[in-house]
Design a protein around this ligand. Structure first.
Ligand code: LLP
Length: 424
């Protein structure tokens, strides 16, 4: 288990490369990813038979390629994510399936790709079973079960219980097994994911629910998936969950099922955040410093168009200053509110759930200096928008000490591509 991270107030480099140099070369705002951290996090989980990366957390094809080169397979929740996985070099079929389509519905595009490539499907609704079975009988499928409880870092990321739209409700399993049978689909996998950014106590409670459901499915079962949901330390004092202990719980569950079925049962884990969050840094420039009443504001060139987690969930992200201005490397600390450039008062990085603006102790800074928003790799860039006609940030991957541009900043032409003024 990695030791608890330290969060410093000042930062000069990311993965050994000067932040100032990165900002000069690629501009700001830019997402910078440290490849070594991703590789390390994949290897933390190597006790599991299969690590399936939930690419929704960060789906840049260079990141998928890195994940693939380091032995993890991938989850896809849309036609676009299927195409990204293929573009990053994942084969479409294999054992375990290199790409699994996990969703609660089929849209036309996803269903076409699933059929064309023979992709494995994790069905999150009874309708998916019948829709697939009617066109493609004889396949193996996984069922995603909602065990009746869930937990996430926010109510918006809780994916279990009866308020959640996700998965097949646990008491409908028999009915779904019969439907699969009628359509000639073999249920070979079971999957449960109770929420994102959960904790050990809630995650551990899934094992019993999985065992009960697996016994209902019986001997056709070849693999079980623990889903994702592993939290990461976002702030000083927070620690990692004990991955070894978590694996032991799942391994014991799997072994009891192997004894019952008389054959091997594969054990998967499906993390997004755990693999990518800490590798990602959003580098922004302080463009204005102003005071309103008792509050001092640092206004950045990055906003919730780049990182939506604070406005959506009141999520906390550590921030560090790159002390490259005239103030030199030693700085006093003071209370500041950090906001972005958008024409909306909710464009504040230092807010709590409910939109309450909070100040934070940060180093005294000058306009033109850079602020690094940390642990931003998961659900950062992928949740960007073009609100206020702001382009998507550039993305840079630092691997082996060298920065590689893996997505150029959007241009105005990108922003309006596809828009047309009707002829009159
Ligand atoms: N598997 C399934 C079926 C999922 O729905 C998710 C996340 C994962 C795996 C990966 O969960 P993770 O290991 O990353 O916790 N935008 C939110 C998180 C939404 C998660 C959606 N599903 C955030 O920024 O916190």
């Amino acid at each position: 288990m990695p030791s608890a991270p330290r969060f410093a107030a000042l930062r000069n480099e990311i993965a050994g490369v000067s932040v100032e140099a990165l900002a000069r070369e690629f501009g700001t705002p830019t997402y910078v990813y440290d490849a070594a951290k991703i590789v390390e996090r994949i290897s933390d989980l190597k006790a599991f038979d299969t690590v399936r990366y939930a690419q929704k957390a960060c789906s840049n094809i260079a990141i998928l390629d890195l994940v693939r080169r380091n032995g993890a397979v991938v989850d896809a929740v849309s036609a676009g994510e299927i195409q990204r996985a293929i573009a990053a070099g994942y084969p479409v079929t294999g054992d375990p399936p290199p790409i699994v389509y996990t969703a609660d519905i089929f849209d036309r595009e996803a269903l076409d790709l699933v059929l064309a490539h023979g992709l494995h499907v994790n069905c999150g609704s009874p309708d998916m079973i019948s829709q697939l079975g009617e066109i493609a009988p004889g396949r193996e499928i996984t069922l995603r079960i909602n065990p009746g409880f869930g937990h996430g870092h926010s109510q918006k990321t809780n994916t279990g219980g009866e308020q959640s739209k996700h998965g097949i409700w646990h008491d409908q399993l028999q009915q779904c097994l019969r439907a699969a049978d009628q359509h000639g689909l073999g249920v070979t996998g079971l999957h449960m994911h109770i929420g994102s950014g959960s904790d050990m106590e809630h995650l551990a409670s899934v094992c019993n629910a999985m065992e009960a459901a697996a016994r209902e499915v019986g001997r056709t079962l070849k693999s079980i998936s623990a889903g994702g949901g592993l939290p990461i330390p976002y702030r000083e004092g927070e620690t990692y969950v004990d991955i070894g202990a978590y694996f032991e719980l799942w391994d014991a569950t799997r072994k009891r099922l192997e004894d019952a079925f008389g054959h091997k049962v594969g054990l998967e884990i499906e993390p997004g955040r755990y693999l990518i969050a800490e590798s990602g840094y959003l580098v922004a420039q302080i463009r204005a410093i102003k005071r309103s009443g008792a509050n001092t504001f640092y206004l950045l060139d990055a906003g919730f168009n780049n990182l939506a987690r604070p406005i959506l969930y009141g999520a906390y992200h550590h921030m560090s200053l790159v002390p490259c201005g005239e103030g030199g490397p030693t700085r006093q600390m003071h209370e500041v509110v950090v906001g972005g450039p958008l024409c909306e008062s909710g464009d504040i990085f230092t807010q709590e759930e409910g939109g309450f603006v909070r100040s934070r102790m940060l180093p005294v800074a000058e306009v033109g200096e850079y602020l690094v928003i940390e642990c931003a790799g998961a659900y950062g860039s992928v949740m960007s928008s073009n609100y206020n006609s702001k382009p998507f940030a550039a993305e840079v991957l630092v691997e082996g000490g060298s920065p590689h541009l893996i997505r150029r900043r959007q241009t105005f032409e990108d922003l309006v591509a596809g828009e047309t003024i009707p002829e009159r």
